[in-house]
Design a protein around this ligand. Structure first.
Ligand SMILES: C[S@@+](CC[C@H](N)C(=O)[O-])C[C@H]1O[C@@H](n2cnc3c(N)ncnc32)[C@H](O)[C@@H]1O
Length: 217
C-alpha cells in the first residue's frame, strides 16, 4: 500500500468511527426533551447572520449533517423543502422519528463528500458543527457548495480556536482539549460513562449555580 493509499484508508476508518460515534450519541441524546425556548435561543444565535430575507418563496435547501434534526425543525418551518442529510443511519432514524410530523422534510443517508442532489439545485444550505468532523473537509465543503444555486447562502458553523474571545475562555479550551482527546478515543461504553461523570460533577453543578444566580438576579 502506498503512503497515499494508507492515508486514505486511515481517513476512511476515522470517518467511519466518527459517524458511528455520532449515531450512538444522537440515539441516546435525542434533544427532543430540550425546552423550546432554549433551542430557539441557540437557533437565533446560530442563524443571526443567515439572510432569511434573500430566500425565494418555498425555498428548497439542505441540512448537511442533520444529526438528531434539532435545527431542521426550525428551518423547515420557514422554507418550502428541506433535505436532511447524514452519513449515520442511526442519527437519521432519530431525525426521521422526531420530525415525523413535518411534511416538507426528506431524508438522505449520504456522505457529504458525495451528495446525490442535483448540482446548482438548492436555494440555501447549512452545516452546523459538521464539516470539521470530516477528514476531507475541503471535499465535503465543495460538494455542498456545488448543490447551491449561484449566490445562494450556505451557513457554516465550525470549531475554532476562540482567538477572538477572552483569555479565560481560551485557557478553558486549552484545559479541556486533552480531556476531549482522551474521552473521544475511549470504547463507547467507557466514553458514555466518562461523559455522564463529567455531566454530573461539572455541568450539572454549574447549570444549577447559573440558575440560582439568574433567579437571585
Ligand atoms: C456534531 S453532529 C451535528 C449535528 C447537527 N448539525 C446539530 O448541530 O445538531 C455532526 C453530524 O455530522 C454527521 N457526519 C459526520 N461525518 C459525516 C459525513 N462524512 N457525511 C455526512 N454526515 C456526517 C454525523 O453523523 C453527525 O450527525
Amino acid at each position: 500500500m502506498s503512503p497515499d493509499e494508507r492515508d486514505e484508508a486511515e481517513s476512511r476508518s476515522l470517518d467511519a468511527r466518527v459517524i458511528k460515534g455520532f449515531g450512538q450519541e444522537w440515539s441516546r441524546f435525542r434533544n427532543d426533551r430540550l425546552a423550546t425556548e432554549e433551542i430557539q435561543e441557540m437557533f437565533d444565535l446560530y442563524t443571526s447572520v443567515f439572510p432569511w430575507d434573500q430566500l425565494p418563496e418555498c425555498a428548497e435547501g439542505f441540512d448537511a449533517g442533520c444529526g438528531s434534526g434539532r435545527w431542521a425543525r426550525l428551518f423547515a418551518e420557514r422554507v418550502g423543502q428541506l433535505h436532511c442529510i447524514d452519513a449515520s443511519k442511526a442519527a437519521l432514524d432519530v431525525s426521521r422519528e422526531t420530525l415525523s410530523d413535518l411534511h416538507n422534510v426528506k431524508f438522505r443517508h449520504e456522505d457529504l463528500c458525495s451528495i446525490g442532489l442535483e448540482d446548482a439545485s438548492c436555494d440555501f444550505g447549512y452545516a452546523l458543527g459538521v464539516l470539521h468532523h470530516i477528514s476531507d473537509t475541503e471535499l465535503a465543503t465543495t460538494t455542498c457548495a456545488a448543490k447551491l444555486k449561484p449566490g445562494a447562502p450556505f451557513l457554516v458553523y465550525l470549531y475554532h480556536d476562540l482567538e477572538e474571545r477572552g483569555h479565560v475562555q481560551q485557557q478553558l479550551l486549552k484545559a479541556v482539549t486533552p480531556v476531549r482527546f482522551v474521552v473521544a478515543r475511549l470504547p463507547s461504553r467507557l466514553r458514555a460513562l466518562a461523559a455522564d461523570l463529567i455531566a454530573l460533577t461539572i455541568y450539572w453543578p454549574l447549570a444549577r449555580l447559573a440558575l440560582l444566580l439568574a433567579r437571585t438576579g
